[in-house]
Design a binder for this molecule. Structure first.
Ligand code: SF4
Length: 97
């Protein structure tokens, strides 16, 4: 049964619990400037990764970014390069031997 729409009290946004992105309302990034997750250098990636490392929805976040082939930013603690590596590894694992 569909739960009533919830309100994320920290951001005062309406969250539809059936949305494929409802987990975003739980992300720690909601309390940081978006630019933190779109760094220009390795130090910035480390800063974002440290935040993601404490985030309770990091796994879902990473899978969302992988499934949707999101190219930019740090998602689920993984940089663009790391996500490309993960996708490449997965393609190798599922390809017939
Ligand atoms: S893992 Fe990182 S980018 Fe993803 S929701 Fe959490 S804090 Fe935000």
């Amino acid at each position: 049964m569909r739960e009533p729409t919830q309100v994320n009290r920290k951001r005062k946004t309406i969250v539809d619990p059936e949305s494929v992105t409802s987990w975003m309302s739980e992300g720690l990034c909601r309390i940081h400037p978006p630019a933190v997750f779109f760094p220009n250098d390795g130090a910035g990636v480390e800063r974002a990764r440290a935040i993601c490392g404490r985030c309770t929805v990091a796994e879902r976040c990473l899978e969302y970014a992988l499934e949707n082939r999101i190219e930019h930013g740090v998602w689920g603690g993984a940089s663009e390069r790391e996500r490309r590596r993960i996708l490449k590894r997965r393609r190798i694992e599922v390809s017939p031997g």
